[in-house]
Design a protein around this ligand. Sequence first.
Ligand SMILES: [Mg+2]
Length: 376
Amino acid sequence: MKIIDVKATTLKGYKQWNYIQIETDEGITGLGEAHPGEGVIEVALKQLKPLLLGKDPRDVEPLYHQMVNAPKNRSSICLSAIGGVETALWDLTGKALGVPVYRLLGGKYRDRIRLYADVGWGKTHTPEAWAERAREGVADGYQALKFDIDGSANELRHDAVNRELSTAELAKMTALVAAVREAVGDAIDICIDCHGIYSVHAAILLAQRLEPFNLIFLEDPVPNENVEAMAKVSAATSIPICTGEFLYRRDGFRELIQEQACGILHVDVSGTGGMLEAKKIADLADLYYMPFAAHNITSPVGMTAAAHVCAAVRNLYIMELPYHADQVSWRWDLVQSEAPLIQGGEFVLPEAPGLGIELNADVARAHLMPGHDYFG
Ligand SMILES: [Mg+2]
């Protein structure tokens, strides 16, 4: 079997959603979603396609390393494209062998993937509005909710650019999270994202204030570039610190894992280098009994790829559902699967060969990014 063409298309979702289609001389095709963003499919077509033409698509890992080993392909935007190509290679290989992709990753530990819904924030930054937003997520069936706390008390900042938190900010943030906990009760999990903007001291103050609310994790309390700083925050609070969405490949996670600088890894399958690389990162973390969570901002195609990884990873904790993306009304119509992908607030793994889903071409064509064709 040989690759005869690599095509791409891009849709206007809540982000720019990018898709790769790989075609073979035997008529089998593979579909993958690259990490969202501009310029990604151009990289796939200009830099990756020439490396793939004529190759056997079932040599997924050797092809991955061939793509990554080219020095010009190591930027984050190239890894975004490589993630889409690698996923398409797995989809194609699964179809060729008649098995779901999770079988090729070692088999599944679970059929359903626990989700946290990233709800963002309330209509306003008041305890009442945050509680209302929490009740919306619970009403939609989700058992875990994530709120973004940075920016929720900007009117109380002493300085617009430093990394500190005023006492008044801390008090307001605490009240917002308290309102969420009171609204949802103890049966629902809560996580809080800080987007990496605080100092070590401010992050520790915030974490300690939030400890009474039994968060499942506090995400990116400090910037993720400094493992020692992350480790200091982790050591100072009982809340597990979750980080990793901007780290790439095993190399990017090595020090974080070795130093056990966080409580939970947050790996973006489409962004970090693809499905097998994410599985390998999870396995490295498991050496330290560290849980694996899947960061996810893709459409249902990329989310399905992440779900196959989550199914095949022993130390899975939870996967992200970009709940705020429900502003894209056609999101779940974009893919066709034998059974609904979301059932009871969980992601149900498809069992058909490959990823187990197909793009709905009519829906995709109706939402093409201006200037782009459907796998033209
Ligand atoms: Mg985040």
